[in-house]
Design a protein around this ligand. Structure first.
Ligand SMILES: *Cc1c(COP(=O)(O)O)cnc(C)c1O
Length: 354
């Protein structure tokens, strides 16, 4: 086991008692403490847990100019015994490091990531909501710290973790529009990295779709705009004639979602046919036209499963019925929720006890 020592400076004004856990807005309340580590001269050090608050950086901070910034998103839950458990934390630690490599940033040793998470969550366990449906959103992230205007990878970095209690993410069905003009990711680009810049680039196209009344975009490939890639900031799955279809990872454009991976694992466990291949826009439209599209849903940490009830393809709206209680998407959501709240067996050892 790791023996890294993390000095703690506790807050003198906890916000816990002022926080209304019955009306949490995603991303608004931040827990009392944060973990900080600095990378200098080729090594991580100066580990500390301190009160959440502002920090000083130079105007010449390389992140502000050239965008070396990556992040993760994961969740902690409280089981019936009140223990804090985190969903697939090691997978997030590994993915952070894959993103880091793509962005020329140093990796964070997994034991440091996990130990920092353990100590932060132990200190702020009062912030993990108890109510079913609620959870503690965890945001690990890393960014460049050099105060230098030349374009090159920074030599110093900061890695941080802070957390935010979030309410039941009301999984209201979402409407999406197939985007055939703008691109989220292209082969050879940074789509596979959880890089801040990917999000910045997606805001404008997403806003245009929102103005037209759609919640999210269905991104298509950058070269031909003929294949479905992801939905907003989620991976996306379709069930057509009994088979689940989701875009394959590995060509550099699809974010390797941990929810996606978990859903694929459960489909395997249940012998539900699932193929990892690109669904073309033409196939999507055909399945919507002829009624063979059975289910469509986004998969990601925030919502777990986001049911899609309307898809705009080539300017035409298609509506999907509410999935039946025995639909795959409904079953997979209730199974994942059961595992996350420690209510049912965790056959793949996904939960990390704090
Ligand atoms: C984070 C993210 C996802 C979902 O990943 P999870 O690990 O399931 O939360 C999917 N697509 C994009 C673009 C993302 O940034």
């Amino acid at each position: 086991m790791s023996t890294i020592s993390i000095p703690v400076t506790k807050t003198t004004h906890s916000k816990l008692s002022e926080t209304d856990f019955s009306s949490l807005v995603f991303g608004k309340s931040i827990s009392d403490h944060m973990f900080v580590a600095d990378y200098q001269n080729g090594a991580w050090g100066d580990f500390r847990i301190v009160p959440y608050g502002p920090m000083e950086i130079y105007p010449g901070n390389a992140t502000l100019h050239y965008g070396q910034a990556i992040f993760e998103g994961m969740k902690a839950y409280k089981n019936e015994k009140g223990q804090v458990i985190v969903f697939r934390a090691e997978s997030n630690a590994r993915r952070l490091n894959e993103s880091a490599k793509r962005m020329c940033m140093p990796t964070v040793p997994e034991n440091i990531f996990i130990e920092a998470l353990r100590q932060l969550l132990s200190l702020d366990k009062g912030w993990v909501p108890q109510e079913k449906g609620s959870s503690l959103y965890i945001r690990p992230f890393m960014f460049a710290m050099d105060n230098y205007l030349g374009v090159k990878p920074s030599e110093s970095y900061r890695f941080m973790i802070f957390t935010s209690p979030v309410g039941a993410y009301y999984t209201k069905p979402v409407s999406v529009k197939v985007e055939t003009n703008y691109t989220r990711a292209c082969e050879g680009g940074t789509g596979e990295a959880k890089a801040a810049g990917n999000y910045a680039a997606s805001l404008y196209p997403a806003l245009q779709a929102q103005k037209e009344g759609y919640d999210q975009l269905l991104w298509t490939d950058g070269k031909t705009h003929s294949q479905i890639e992801e939905s907003g900031t989620m991976n996306v799955m379709f069930k057509i004639k009994g088979t689940l279809i989701t875009a394959p990872t590995g060509n550099g454009t699809i974010l390797k979602g941990i929810t996606r991976d978990s859903v694929i694992q459960l489909a395997k466990d249940w012998s539900q046919e699932l193929v990892e291949r690109f669904l073309t826009v033409a196939e999507l439209q055909e399945a919507l036209e002829n009624g063979t599209m059975e289910e469509a849903f986004g998969v990601g940490t925030a919502a777990t499963i986001a049911f899609i009830n309307k898809i705009n393809v080539n300017g035409k709206d298609y509506f999907l019925p509410e999935p039946k209680p025995d639909a795959f998407s409904k079953r997979v959501l209730s199974t994942l929720d059961g595992i996350k709240y420690g209510e049912i067996q965790d056959p793949h050892q996904w939960m990390l006890s704090i």
